[in-house]
Design a protein around this ligand. Sequence first.
Ligand code: GDP
Ligand code: MG
Length: 444
Amino acid sequence: MFENLQERLGAILNGLTGRGALSEADVSAALREVRRALIEADVALDVVRSFTDRVREKAVGAEVLKSVKPGQMVVKIVHDELVEMLGAEGETIDLNAPAPVVVMMVGLQGSGKTTTTGKVAKRLSERQGKKVLMASLDTRRPAAQEQLRQIGEQVSVATLPIVANQGPVDIAKRAVQAAKLGGHDLVILDTAGRTHIDEPLMAEMADIKRTSNPHEILLVADSLTGQDAVNLAKSFDERVGITGLVLTRMDGDGRGGAALSMRAVTGKPIKLIGVGEKMDALEEFHPKRIADRILGMGDIVSLVEKAAETIDQEKAAAMAKKMQAGKFDLNDLADQLAQMQKMGGMGGIMGMMPGMGKMKDQLSAAGLDDKMFGRQIAIIQSMTPKERSNPDLLKHSRKKRIAAGSGTDAVQINKLLKMHRQMADMMKAMGGKGKKGGMMRGMM
Ligand code: GDP
Ligand code: MG
């Protein structure tokens, strides 16, 4: 499948050799193949349509980087858009609530709810030292509660004692009560599924939700779900309200199209993926990996990334020269800020480091958040070219004009100018020895 697409695209990519901006024709030709790739990856048709529309809008008129072909450029734009649509990296189960935090697993029969319950329990108890209680609310399948009990034994996590002839809502109540009494940090409710969505199932889920007040409701879905993914996610979200998605069987040959569909219709984050039957076959979700998989064109993407890097390197070299000459103006600062935004802003940078959630909150309390980059870039963009290369021109009246133009105020402008002055001084002191990374560190 992968090779075929490469071959098909290869011809088109080679055919498009224009330079400069991407034309409507370039984009359409490449998008035709991309659309096929998405459909083959089982992305729902509606989602494919709205997705390709968005890409078309972004791609037509976009500059083609030196040393790449227009078709390759389109693929890169498609890839970036996929990553964006798939959502943020590093989303995890949110346990930020009074104990016992209730986590409820919902989904169709066989989607992997019970297995995922065990995997999540194992991970949280082993890695975070959480005291976890698991409870099976599946009274429909005779062996279901016993299945979870055995998993509990296997991963050394407590399960709620089985009591005969109790309905799911009563079991849920009992589980929350037991977790409270037992001093558990969290309780995971493993619910029953059906082979398809029906009203009794939804009503049961809604009842369980009402009585147990879960902090997280995770829709567990098989990544091979295909075109049904949209209906599945929509129904569960509309009827029960989900807080996140877990995609199972990502170890199989599915291409992850369901991830995109479900994320697109619900807007809910994909929090974890299952990659096998074993109890530790659970991974964090990496949008870039899934995008590669859906598109099956990872090498084209890295090719274009390399081309973009080369340009960044050329820019960095030019900047080093300016620094040596003691010239680092606001244009350069704007470039730096844009670079940081490209790295995913504060969230992206912090998201790459585990356990940084708290620090992120502190930073944002200090006003050092993603909006900061955008604000600072807006301030610089509101300046005239002369002002940008000579910030000394910026007296009171000019600042007023810039504040109005960028929707900021004099305090924020002064802050930016001060930061720029400090950076420029620092660079002068470094005498051009500094590298890009050093500058960014200096800023933070
Ligand atoms: P439930 O009906 O939703 O509770 O589904 P189960 O948890 O009982 O899982 C059904 C089957 O899928 C079991 O055989 C699991 O071992 C298997 N399974 C669950 N998650 C994964 C996964 O990520 N990868 C693979 N290969 N199998 C899985
Ligand atoms: Mg089950």
